[in-house]
Design a binder for this molecule. Structure first.
Ligand SMILES: O=P(O)(O)OC[C@H]1O[C@H](O[C@H]2O[C@H](CO)[C@@H](O)[C@H](O)[C@H]2O)[C@H](O)[C@@H](O)[C@@H]1O
Length: 189
């Protein structure tokens, strides 16, 4: 069930496969240790994630989203009918997060994030599109719980240079160049 928000965040719930459960607070390993998760692990994790943890992660992403501030300003200024209709057809994944979580029961959530205009503000100089440390911390926190990928039209190295999180998957050049955490290579398909 892929859901694309107006801020470019895509959440996909995919069927999970088997993995060992270390039995910690989040009993499935972070992406660096592999992205396969058993249904039992996921159910336990979803129960433990609970409303508080999820809303914390979502609020963190929401607060540090550069486009969220623009959307809020547009809303404050009053949106026209056409924009309102567009928004109804393209609901924000952040606004629908509880529904996504409910739909993900028994499945694995994977985060796909755009970079420009999503993790970073749009600026005149493409080389100065830096993401904030708050956003970096939010993404790092998200990646501890869900396999997380950044998909960009930029070259992969450039995106990594901005994001600097080795635990993520990076798809550069519109998906022509993909690299994941080192441990990914050891996962049996
Ligand atoms: O796929 P994306 O990650 O969304 O990349 C799309 C383009 O992003 C960059 O350009 C955009 O952001 C720049 C910095 O804020 C801004 O100056 C430019 O006007 C935007 O179009 C990047 O420079 C392009 O190469 C990407 O294709």
């Amino acid at each position: 069930m892929p859901v694309v928000s107006e801020v470019g965040i895509t959440v996909t719930a995919a069927t999970a496969t088997a993995c060992p459960c270390p039995g910690s607070l989040f009993p499935y390993p972070p992406p660096r240790a592999g992205m396969a998760v058993s249904r039992k692990c996921l159910r336990a994790a979803q129960a433990e994630l609970g409303a508080g943890m999820l809303s914390g992660l979502v609020e963190s992403m929401r607060a540090s989203s550069p486009t969220h501030a623009r959307a809020a300003a547009a809303l404050a200024a009053g949106v026209d009918d056409e924009h309102a209709a567009w928004m109804a057809r393209h609901p924000s994944a952040l606004a629908k997060f509880e529904e996504i979580v409910a739909a993900s029961k028994g499945k694995q959530i994977v985060m796909f994030l755009d970079y420009d205009g999503t993790l970073s503000p749009i600026v005149d100089d493409p080389d100065a599109a830096f993401m904030s440390e708050t956003m970096r911390m939010a993404v790092r926190s998200m990646a501890k719980h869900f396999p997380t990928a950044i998909v960009s039209g930029r070259c992969r190295d450039k995106v990594f240079e901005f994001v600097k999180l080795a635990e993520l998957y990076y798809a550069g050049s519109h998906g022509m160049d993909i690299k994941g955490p080192e441990m990914l290579r050891r996962i049996k398909r």
